[in-house]
Design a protein around this ligand. Structure first.
Ligand SMILES: [Zn+2]
Length: 292
């Protein structure tokens, strides 16, 4: 998995044999300056937890492979955790019980869904209220910080192999938020990073990243009015010139054997069709719950 040096090195070797591993500048030039890219792939990593600094970054340096890391300046400055990192150590049934009480929803409506499917239909301040309620109800001690510090971020930035991009302040599902919150989350994260790194920040990745569900036309319009030139979704497609440069597709790789990874690369956009045969994926479950 992603937190494992041997796995990551093997995965990079598979990618290196199959693709030209290009820089974000090459991707920018592809969309804006007519650069031709053949059989190319750019690595991006979201969130910036300590695994990146301790495991991924040393391997990238050793193999001299460029990448982009999308982080929140707030999380790195506060040495705090993202909501999903806090939720992971909590009992999902107890969380559902609190939601059912606070929002007067029958528990049987929530029961079939994973806690993440439920939370991804909520606003960020509702999620943090829930986390606070759980902690006080069950006397949960503070959870250790799981993310990189500002110093580590600056060190990576100075070395120059990995480009730092923005990923909002609090990792909300932007499309669930008001116009003002969505704009602030995006703009503040870009400006915050620019202040920390003392240079322009030109790249952004949407939290969660499914077009028309996690982000909408509104978020794309907000980004067009910033210094950013590229923004990344998680739409599972090969990137191509016809893409909107503010909604560039990406494939995800976080775990699996070398055979699994090779199959996933080979199948590309058809991977999900095969993986989800006979079962509902997270996106359809969220849409289903939204209607209830
Ligand atoms: Zn993220």
């Amino acid at each position: 998995m992603l937190g494992d040096t041997i796995w990551f090195e093997k995965t990079l070797n598979i990618l290196k044999n199959k693709f030209n591993l290009v820089s974000i500048k090459d991707i920018e030039n592809f969309y804006y300056n007519g650069k031709t890219l053949k059989n190319s792939c750019h690595l991006t990593i979201d969130d910036g937890d300590k695994t990146f600094y301790n495991i991924i970054y040393p391997v990238l340096k050793k193999m001299n492979i460029p990448a982009t890391l999308f982080v929140s300046p707030k999380i790195c400055t506060d040495l705090s955790n993202f909501w999903f990192q806090e939720i992971r150590v909590m009992d999902p049934d107890k969380l559902k019980k609190i939601i059912s009480e606070d929002y007067k929803v029958d528990l049987t409506v929530l029961q079939p869904y994973s806690i993440f499917v439920i939370l991804k239909n909520m606003k960020i301040n509702q999620i943090w209220t829930l986390i606070g309620r759980y902690k006080s109800l069950y006397n949960l001690p503070p959870i250790e910080n799981q993310n990189m510090s500002i110093e580590q971020l600056k060190e990576i930035d100075r070395y120059g192999l990995v480009t730092i991009g923005a990923h909002t302040m609090n990792h909300p599902i932007l499309a669930n938020e008001t116009d003002e919150t969505s704009r602030q989350e995006i703009v503040d994260s870009i400006r915050g990073l620019e202040n920390i790194l003392d240079h322009e920040v030109k790249y952004f990745a949407y939290p969660n990243g499914t077009p028309n569900l996690d982000l909408s036309v509104r978020e794309i319009e907000i980004l067009k009015n910033t210094n950013c030139s590229l923004a990344f979704s998680v739409e599972k497609q090969d990137f191509k010139l016809a893409d909107n440069p503010f909604s560039i597709p990406r494939y995800g790789l976080t775990t699996g054997s070398k055979y699994f990874i090779k199959a996933k690369i080979l199948l590309g956009k058809n991977w999900d069709l095969i993986k989800n045969m006979g079962s509902k994926d997270e996106v359809s479950l969220r849409l289903e719950l939204k209607k209830k």
